[in-house]
Design a binder for this molecule. Structure first.
Ligand code: FAD
Length: 247
């Protein structure tokens, strides 16, 4: 897809990570790896989020047997024995959303269930087992399964679903002065403008009009398209009469 950009003039593609973006009177000045990467009248941040594991043992297998999202990786669990780590309503929801695909589902609560009796009844009714058991170790078996070492003994699973926290992948938004909300996301309005004039943000890192975008590639790409139209109009208004595009 990037090769297709070659048909257009006036763009520059670099694989250098932007380390600094300095606000100057008429532009943002970008640099990275000790190089000046040029200036930009508007900046669209699309730097995403990073997964952070409170339990680092899962990180080693992330995306390869250990997953976060059943909508992205439920298909990987089809016909398998699957585990869901957690004891709350979200863990029960994750398990239920796998029930049409996985052959066997075990919720490993690492403590007593913290969801309602009705939710407990719902998961039992579709054969999901709840274990109040601690995971002592996470390894991969020779045949590629994920082995969870439980108090009851080692137990093998084709897929393990665990929740990871998210943090901003880049510090650029903060250093530019963008506000981060309580979920460490960058709030933007419907035009994808951050609180810093000239800086826009899209994709997983942003919260559009108070609403978190679901973590899906196509939605992040859609944000990018819409932010592109906002930037285009902003520049057009700015060039036409020195103002900004009224929202
Ligand atoms: C294991 C896993 C599986 C997934 N599976 C699916 C799936 O099947 N389907 C689906 O739709 N979604 C899936 N997702 C979610 C999807 O990947 C994200 O929702 C989506 O990629 C978010 O897009 P984004 O552009 O906001 O951020 P990202 O895709 O994270 O892109 C941000 C980019 O910015 C770069 N960057 C960061 N800082 C800088 C900097 N300072 N300078 C330059 N570049 C920088 C990063 O290196 C990265 O390449 C999955 C996510 C994970 C973790």
């Amino acid at each position: 897809m990037l090769e297709e950009l070659g048909r257009f003039d006036g763009y520059k593609l670099t694989e250098i990570a932007v380390e600094s973006a300095v606000v100057e009177p008429d532009e943002f000045r970008l640099s990275g790896a000790g190089q000046d990467l040029g200036g930009a009248r508007r900046l669209v941040l699309a730097t995403g989020l990073r997964d952070v594991f409170s339990d680092h043992r899962y990180g080693e297998f992330w995306g390869r047997g250990v997953y976060g999202c059943t909508f992205c990786h439920g298909w990987d669990a089809r016909g398998q024995r699957a585990a869901v780590i957690g004891n709350d309503h979200q863990a029960a929801t994750t398990a239920l959303s796998l029930s049409a695909l996985a052959a066997e589902i075990v919720i490993i609560g690492e403590g007593p269930a913290a969801f309602s009796p009705e939710t407990g009844e719902a998961i039992r009714s579709v054969g999901i087992v709840y274990l109040d058991s601690m995971v002592k170790d996470v390894t991969r078996s020779p045949d590629g399964l994920i082995t969870l070492d439980l108090a009851e003994g080692p137990s093998e699973f084709g897929s393990v679903f665990v929740r990871a926290a998210k943090e901003q992948h880049s510090t650029l938004a903060v250093t530019l002065g963008c506000i981060l909300d309580e979920e460490h996301l960058v709030p933007v309005n419907r035009s994808y403008r951050t609180t810093v004039p000239g800086v826009f943000a899209v994709g997983e890192m942003a919260k559009v009009d108070g609403r978190r975008t679901s973590a899906m590639v196509v939605l992040a790409a859609g944000d990018g398209l819409q932010a592109g139209t906002s930037v285009h109009l902003d520049l057009a208004f700015s060039d036409a009469f020195g103002g900004t595009n009224p929202e």
